[in-house]
Design a protein around this ligand. Structure first.
Ligand code: FAD
Length: 378
């Protein structure tokens, strides 16, 4: 029997190859069209990316979340499209939450579609609240179960089939009414805006969602009413460490490209690799990648074991991931020179990487959470 490590290597290589022939071969086109790559999404779903860590009785393949991460990193490595991977991060946390917290009815209702090609969103941000997600105004009425209000900047919103919404149960005490709602995006009382025009991540559309009295039944409430903030922080923590896994898998092949380039291109009677300033830029990327890899694995271990410092480590992993992507892609652009600055995958990766500094919580919010957790763990 294959050991876990061999299995994970195989699964990672398989998904890297499948992502290369789907996401990777279409990324340039999708970026210029500013369109989500639904064909590649369905292709990778058919190959079982979402089923990997889900129990067999729920339609999955009964492997572990570490195995899912191996596959996800394969997609990042082979597809080389940060936007596509940001769209995946939005879905991974929701599937894990449904497996862990969903009732049998909810699992039967929502999982089959999500495991087999549907797209989902996680809607937290509101215009007035921004980083402070606890200020949300989306709510059901005090005497009805109709969800109303607006979310903005939501990944996959323009194309999603299912949406997880952080809102309020209007019939509960205002201080303890945060609730997670599952919404079928085909409901006519949900209106979606067009894809927002962003600097990068053109293959991962974000958008606005207007809920205009969407009916909420028990199957639409994930977890206990009033427990939404607690639950969403657990979901977000997992998503945050995924950013770390994404950053390393995305930057590893970039380092290979740079090493090839600096051994071919010459300046001042030597290959670029002989110039110490150039070496320094590549070693900086490597240092960033390895520290991100280390903290992301620690965060994953903490999440899987339910350790008290999981949220702290996930915030550090997210912070480190965004910084590594930002500085790593910028260093790459500098080394590739004008060819890197031209329109193409190098300049695109810089623009996409900047999105990771905001999405999933800004750097300041990761520090804020890290400090709160440090105090709580004293
Ligand atoms: C590519 C992308 C994808 C996204 N996808 C999603 C999604 O799927 N779902 C979703 O819900 N949201 C999503 N967002 C929105 C994102 O989560 C928010 O943009 C982010 O939380 C910041 O909110 P804001 O833009 O309103 O900035 P603000 O909260 O207004 O913050 C503005 C600035 O002030 C800083 N700041 C705010 N408060 C403090 C403080 N207390 N201390 C120090 N600094 C502070 C922030 O760090 C930031 O630099 C996405 C954003 C991007 C760019």
């Amino acid at each position: 029997m294959e050991s876990n490590t061999q299995f994970q290597q195989k699964i990672s290589d398989d998904f890297a190859a499948w992502a290369r022939e789907s996401v990777g071969s279409r990324a340039d086109r999708q970026h210029s069209l500013r369109e989500f790559d639904i064909e590649s999404w369905r292709y990778l779903s058919e190959r079982g990316i979402w089923r990997i860590a889900v129990p067999a009785e729920l339609g999955g393949e009964n492997n572990t979340w570490w195995d899912f991460i191996a596959a996800f990193q394969g997609v990042a490595r082979g597809g080389r499209d940060l936007g596509f991977c940001l769209s995946m991060v939005a879905q991974a946390g929701l599937i894990r939450a449904l497996v862990r917290q969903g009732t049998p009815e909810q699992q039967k209702t929502w999982l089959p579609g999500l495991l087999n090609g549907q797209v989902s969103s996680m809607a937290l941000t509101e215009e007035s609240g921004g980083s402070d997600i606890s200020k949300m105004a989306v709510t059901t009425g005090p005497h009805d179960a109709l969800l109303s209000g607006t979310k903005v900047h939501i990944t996959n919103a323009p194309v999603a089939d299912v949406i997880l919404v952080l809102g309020r149960s209007g019939d509960l005490e205002p201080k303890a009414n945060a609730t997670l709602f599952m919404v079928d995006a085909s409901d006519p009382r949900l209106l979606r805006g067009p894809a927002e025009t962003m600097l990068g991540n053109h293959t991962s559309p974000t958008g606005r969602l207007d809920f205009d009295g969407v009916p909420i039944a028990p199957v639409n409430v994930l977890g206990e009413p009033g427990n939404g903030l607690h639950l969403i922080h657990e979901i977000i923590a997992f998503d945050r460490l995924l950013y770390g896994m994404l950053a390393t898998a995305y930057l590893d092949p970039l380092i290979d490209d740079l090493l090839n380039f600096v051994h071919e291109r010459r300046a001042f009677h030597a290959v670029l690799a002989d110039h110490q300033y150039v070496q320094g830029r590549i070693t900086d990327i490597k240092f960033a990648v390895e520290s991100t890899r280390g903290i992301s694995r620690s965060a994953m271990e903490a999440v899987m074991s339910g350790s008290a410092d999981a949220s702290l480590l996930c915030s550090i992993a997210k912070y480190q991931a965004a910084e590594s992507l930002r500085t790593g892609t910028e260093n790459a652009l500098r080394i590739f020179g004008h060819s890197g600055y031209e329109e193409g995958w190098v300049s695109r990766s810089v623009r996409d990487a900047l999105g990771a500094v905001i999405a999933g919580g800004t750097a300041e919010m990761q520090k804020k959470n890290a400090f709160t957790q440090m105090v709580a763990l004293r």
